[in-house]
Design a protein around this ligand. Sequence first.
Ligand SMILES: Cc1cc2nc3c(=O)[nH]c(=O)nc-3n(C[C@H](O)[C@H](O)[C@H](O)COP(=O)(O)OP(=O)(O)OC[C@H]3O[C@@H](n4cnc5c(N)ncnc54)[C@H](O)[C@@H]3O)c2cc1C
Ligand SMILES: NC(=O)c1ccc[n+]([C@@H]2O[C@H](COP(=O)([O-])OP(=O)(O)OC[C@H]3O[C@@H](n4cnc5c(N)ncnc54)[C@H](O)[C@@H]3O)[C@@H](O)[C@H]2O)c1
Ligand code: SF4
Ligand code: FES
Length: 803
Amino acid sequence: MTKQKVVLIGNGMAGVRCIEEIIKTSPDQFDITIIGSEPHPNYNRILLSKVLQGDTSISDITLNELDWYAENNITLHKGETATKVDTKKQTVTTDKQQTIPYDHLIFATGSMPFMLPLPGADKDGVMGFRDIKDCDTLIHYAKTKKKAVVIGGGILGLEAARGLLNLDMDVTVVHNEPYLMNRQLDPEAGKLLKKKLEEQGMKIMVHTLTQELTGKKHVSGLKFVDGSFLEADLVIMAVGIKPQVQLARDSGLSVNNGIVVDDYMRASAPNVYALGECTEHRKTVYGLVAPLYDQGKVLAKTVCGVDTKPYEGSVLSTNLKVSGVSVFSTGTIVESDTSKSLMAFDDWKGTYKKVLSENGRVTGAVLFGDTSESTLLTSMINKKANIEDYLAMQQSDAPAVSVTASMSAEDIICGCNGVTKGTICSAIKEQGLASVEEVKACTSASRSCGGCANLVADLLQETLGDSFDASNQVKPLCSCTTMSRDEIVDAIREQELTTTRSVMNVLDWKTEEGCSKCRPALNYYINMAHPTNSQDEKESKYVNERLHANIQKDGTFSVVPRMYGGVTNADQLRKIADVADKYEVKLLKVTGGQRIDMFGLKKDDLPSVWEDLDMPSGYAYGKTLRTVKTCVGADFCRFGTQDSIGLGVELEKRFERVSTPHKVKMAVSACPRNCAESGIKDVGIVGVDGGWEIYVGGNGGTHLRAADLLVKVKSEQEVLQITGAYFQYYRETAEYLERTAPWVERLGLDHIRDVVTDPEQSVALIARLDVALAATVEPWKQVISDAQIRKELYEVAAPALTK
Ligand SMILES: Cc1cc2nc3c(=O)[nH]c(=O)nc-3n(C[C@H](O)[C@H](O)[C@H](O)COP(=O)(O)OP(=O)(O)OC[C@H]3O[C@@H](n4cnc5c(N)ncnc54)[C@H](O)[C@@H]3O)c2cc1C
Ligand SMILES: NC(=O)c1ccc[n+]([C@@H]2O[C@H](COP(=O)([O-])OP(=O)(O)OC[C@H]3O[C@@H](n4cnc5c(N)ncnc54)[C@H](O)[C@@H]3O)[C@@H](O)[C@H]2O)c1
Ligand code: SF4
Ligand code: FES
């Protein structure tokens, strides 16, 4: 019997998911042909933001490899565009002059970025962000261009802006409304989001309308309606999307904003259907994957002739994919005369929550800072749950049960991929799955945005009980490898791998060049493991570390010479003043770490500045010991009993220069009044009766944490010894970019204390630290004396490297 022919136009996320459902429902019923304009197999468009942000790579986001098409006898015409549909003859013609007959035709043509029709919008350097080609172009531009402007402070604009910041660009978001993500958030959450992103280095202009893009061939700036001007050599428009419906319209289908379909995804011509972003269902065009996948399930059954519930629309949920910022929005967030809202704002924790109800039912929510209730609230909205039930949960004294425990088998755990709790639990039991990675491979849950990975871990816990060890889950270093940090460090040691290239070759890296996450991490681990026979690879370092100065938003640099223990003298101050005059320093600023920061220096002046200063680098840019802050101590203070300055200077001289997983700050106070703020440092020393207390794991930054008392010792010699062992243990066991505060929590204070006070282990740690310290060089001196380095790094434009 000849098979019926299904033709899909659009090889994207919605269409291919529908084909997967068709194959699942009726494996042998159809001959399937897919026509896709893009030259790639189906990939995860969602993760393009993560590719731009350096968290994953293009090679890692393919959803269906070419083998999958072959295995399922699907004819794929990639890099080919459907140009004509004859709904009477039931044929599709392509730009390569092929005419393909169909029995069932599915439109899944998606959408395009909406480009504002501004004068100058056609200049080079003005683009949208939608596909792999755009992503590649942006990464390419970031290597030579400096100033990016993103028009549109919606979800796509902010994810793109974060990506460009990671690529070392100076980024401004220009938004028309008074607050960011106005379509998904309320004003309060929008303002909190703005503050948070500004802290990350993003510049944001709200209430701003662009009038024109300037420049000759290439864009050079934006003129705003109020007459002001902003320089730019890259402009991204992220002001919404435009469904691709021209082909459908030309084919005579009924089209409004999207291709009009009924509740079974049928378009207006016989045997023609549509789903995805090109589709309008009950006057709504969706722009997120979860609804598209719901549509795919219904459409697959319709095509297969299997009974199905109608598609009645979807509740939308949005998660911003920007690391360090948790924002979630679901359901209806606009208040009406009849809605009621519950609000909770915690200024200390930086969290905000608003839950809306209508006629006693939960209808919408906005969460900022803490999104742990996102699944619970989405599930309550879908079930039209009573707001009283939610309030009762909030007021209950009973210990919080995991969100998943209260969910039924039909509840969706992974919104992106439409995977239910029941599917995941059955897969865990039936397939013997024991990790989030295995669940991902088997069920697709957590395969897209990754936002549901914690819930999947909860389900593993719920299903496997005590035999599930959450801490034992292998977390790959990045998407270029399946190996964890520990496995990689072991291999670096055991197999004597001394370059990032050799690690990637020997450990079968999935990408040729690695990514901005693994390259600096590997460089650190290699240098830590082999301090005497490895090179610090400049090309694997962040720009500030590579140039030994801090790049500022106007492209100039700031320089901080070392002042041991925060002590200086007239001679040093004179030199700093002379350099400030000679090189026209724009700002001299005393830092929180008790030294002087010189702002506004030109890159090519840096080597001469250091030569004139003749002081060591203060490493204000480095992942190493930054400063040892000291109080004035016994010599001058009425309360001081110990020499805090002397000890601080000794500590700084002892540990300076050697690399650490993240920056390290120390302080020494000569009495418990703690004027040097020892309680919020990575290592904080406090003089007490009969000796010194050593505090560890403190942090005074965004994640404020009071340091824990590690030990009390009698002598300065013991302080140096314990601190040395602690410092090296942190170097050897922390993940790259892990500060001591989370590291202490992860390893446990008792364990760390046991290690650093154990005589044998402590001596061995210090011996290894001494080898590493002996291999360090003063970086500014090295630049001054090495003409080649000066030429390569300071005289020509250095290649951009991710932050
Ligand atoms: C950077 C980015 C991040 C995103 N993040 C998220 C997120 O976190 N969560 C979320 O839910 N959604 C997110 N989205 C939105 C999500 O990717 C889309 O909703 C989804 O991809 C839409 O799927 P689709 O199949 O309808 O369209 P697409 O994935 O766009 O696929 C349509 C395909 O059809 C092809 N096509 C069009 N016309 C023709 C023709 N005539 N002939 C042949 N081929 C044709 C197009 O080239 C395209 O490949 C994001 C989007 C972007 C761009
Ligand atoms: N994490 C996610 O879920 C995610 C991530 C990226 C993209 N997406 C999807 O991709 C699509 C595109 O996203 P988007 O952010 O472009 O769309 P959007 O409609 O969500 O946001 C566009 C924003 O641009 C603003 N804007 C409109 N005109 C403007 C102007 N002239 N000047 C300045 N600002 C202007 C609007 O106020 C709006 O906030 C959406 O469907 C979105 O859902 C989702
Ligand atoms: S910490 Fe104590 S000794 Fe040091 S300056 Fe403050 S009061 Fe004086
Ligand atoms: S919710 Fe996005 S991958 Fe599961």
